[in-house]
Write a protein that binds this ligand. Structure first.
Ligand code: SF4
Length: 434
C-alpha cells in the first residue's frame, strides 16, 4: 500500500529506511505510518546484500554504503517493490566524510540500472524537512518519541540479556515489547498528550515483560562500552553482531544510541548559529524550542523506567561529552563520531566501565582518528582497555581477538579505581526480576 497523505511528495510510495538499528528503524517507520505515509524498515541484510552492493560499488566506499545499496537493490531486482512506488529515506550531511555522497551515489546507480524512478529523500533540518511534506511537524515529534522509546527497550534488553537464566527469554520479551510499542506509535487518534500517554503505557508493559525474564545478576559482568561509527556499531549485520559476541565472551554492553548523534547535531546547529552571530533570529528560536521539547519528551519517556538504569545514566547534555573529548580532539576542529567516541570513552570510564570497543567500517576516518588518540586516553584513564575493531563485510571470526580483549578487561577490572554504581538487583543474591 502506498502513502495516502495529501501534500506529501511521498504520496503513493512506500518509504524504506536503511536498517541502522532494527528497533529504531521499526519505530520510525511506525511513526511515518501514524501520519499516513506508508513506510517499512528494509528487510534483513544477508549475503546477497553484500554481493549486490559490492557489484555496484568500486570498493573505495565505506561498508554502510555497500550494505544500504545492496539492500535497496535486493528489493528492486526481486520485484518486491516497483521503482515508481519506492522512496528511500537517506539522510545526508555536508561534512567532510563520504557520508554526504551516499545519497547522490545511490541515485546514480539506480538510474544506471533503470530504477531512476525511485525517489531518494534526503531531508535536512536546513530545508525544514520539506521532503516529507505537510505532516513534517507532527511526524518529527512522533518519530523522536518513537526512537527514544525503542532505545529504552533496547537498553533494558542489554541490561538483562547477559544475566538471563533461560536462554532466549530476554530476546522473546524484547520482541513482544517492541512490536507492541511500534503498534502503539502507529495508532492514530488523540492529541499529542494522549499519544504520549499511550506510548508510556506500552513502554511500562514492555518494562514489566523484560523485568519478568528469569535472570541472575548476583555477579555483575564486566561492562563494555560500545562506541564508534553510527551505522556500523548499530547495524548487527555490519558488525557481525558484536554485542552478542561480547555477551558470549562474558561481558555486558552499553552501546551509544542514535539519540546521542541527534543531540550532537542539535548542539552543532546552535553552535553554528552563534558563530554567525544569529543569536536573535527565528532560526535560533526554533533550534532552542526543538531542544526544549526533545528534552522534555525524552525525560518523560525515561521516567517510565524508574531506576532501572541507575549507573547507566547518559549525560544530561551532549556538550558534557564534547568537553570530555577536548583534551584529545578539539570540538571546533574535529567533527562527528570521533568526538563522540572519544568523549564517551572518558565518560564510560568515569561510570566504572571495564573496557571500550570502538566499532567502525574498514577505512572509516572516525575510527582512524580515534585510534590515534586512544593510547593517551587509556593512559589517562588508569589503563582502561580500548580496542578499535574494523569491519568490511568479510565475516572474519573475531572470537580470538575478543577473548584477548576480555582478558585485558578482567585484569583491568580487578584493579580499577573508578567505582561502578550497580543497577537495582545487581550484585545481590536475588535475580534482576521484578
Ligand atoms: S563516518 Fe566513516 S563509514 Fe561513515 S561515511 Fe564517513 S568515513 Fe564512511
Amino acid at each position: 500500500m502506498g502513502a495516502t497523505v495529501s501534500g506529501s511528495p511521498l504520496s503513493g510510495r512506500t518509504v524504506y529506511f536503511p536498517s541502522m538499528t532494527e528497533a529504531g528503524v521499526r519505530a520510525i517507520a511506525a511513526a511515518f505510518r501514524s501520519v499516513g505515509i506508508e513506510a517499512q524498515p528494509m528487510p534483513p541484510s544477508d549475503e546477497e546484500t553484500l554481493v549486490l552492493g559490492g557489484r555496484h560499488s568500486s570498493g573505495e566506499e565505506c561498508l554502510p554504503l555497500k550494505v544500504t545499496l545492496g539492500d535497496v537493490l535486493k528489493l528492486l531486482v526481486h520485484g518486491k517493490v516497483r521503482a515508481d512506488r519506492m522512496a528511500l529515506f537517506m539522510p545526508t550531511s555536508d561534512g567532510p566524510c563520504r557520508f554526504g555522497q551516499y545519497g547522490p551515489y545511490i541515485k546514480g546507480v539506480l538510474k544506471e540500472m533503470g530504477y531512476g524512478d525511485v525517489l531518494v529523500v534526503s531531508p535536512t533540518c536546513e530545508d525544514g524537512y520539506s521532503g516529507v511534506g505537510d505532516p513534517a511537524g507532527e511526524l518529527l515529534r512522533t518519530a523522536w518519541r518513537a526512537m527514544i522509546g525503542a532505545e529504552q527497550l533496547t537498553k533494558l534488553l542489554l541490561r538483562i540479556r547477559p544475566y538471563e537464566t533461560v536462554k532466549g527469554a530476554a530476546d522473546a520479551a524484547y520482541r513482544r515489547s517492541l512490536s507492541d510499542f511500534c503498534g502503539t506509535v502507529e495508532a492514530r487518534g488523540g492529541n499529542t498528550r494522549e499519544r504520549m500517554e499511550r506510548m508510556k503505557e506500552s513502554l511500562a508493559c514492555g518494562r514489566r515483560l523484560l523485568r519478568s525474564v528469569p535472570a541472575d545478576a548476583s555477579v555483575p559482568l564486566p561492562l563494555i562500552g560500545i562506541v564508534g561509527e553510527i551505522f556500523c556499531r548499530l547495524n548487527n549485520f555490519s558488525n557481525d553482531d558484536v554485542v552478542r559476541k561480547v555477551e558470549e565472551a562474558g561481558g555486558e554492553c552499553w552501546i551509544s544510541d542514535v539519540s546521542e548523534w541527534l543531540w550532537y547535531t542539535n548542539a552543532a546547529h546552535i553552535r553554528t548559529l552563534k558563530r554567525f552571530r544569529k543569536h536573535l533570529t527565528m532560526e535560533m528560536f526554533g533550534a532552542k524550542l526543538k531542544w526544549h521539547f526533545q528534552h522534555k519528551d525524552e525525560a518523560e519517556l525515561h521516567s517510565v523506567f524508574g531506576d532501572d538504569f541507575r549507573g547507566y545514566e547518559e549525560p544530561h547534555d551532549i556538550r558534557e561529552i564534547l568537553d570530555l573529548a577536548r583534551p584529545y580532539l578539539l570540538p571546533d576542529g574535529a567533527l562527528g563520531e570521533m568526538l563522540l567516541s572519544v568523549g564517551k570513552s572518558v565518560y564510560l570510564h568515569r561510570k566504572g566501565a571495564d573496557g571500550v570497543l570502538d566499532i567502525n567500517p574498514f577505512s572509516c576516518m572516525n575510527g582512524i582518528v580515534s585510534e590515534a588518540v586512544y593510547p593517551r586516553l587509556s593512559r589517562d584513564c588508569d589503563g582502561l582497555p580500548v580496542r578499535v575493531l574494523y569491519y568490511d563485510g568479510t565475516r572474519t571470526d573475531r572470537r580470538y581477538e575478543l577473548d584477548i580483549f576480555m582478558d585485558l578487561v578482567r585484569e583491568y577490572s580487578a584493579r580499577k579505581k573508578a567505582v561502578r554504581v550497580l543497577a537495582p538487583g545487581m550484585g545481590m543474591k536475588a535475580a534482576v526480576t521484578a
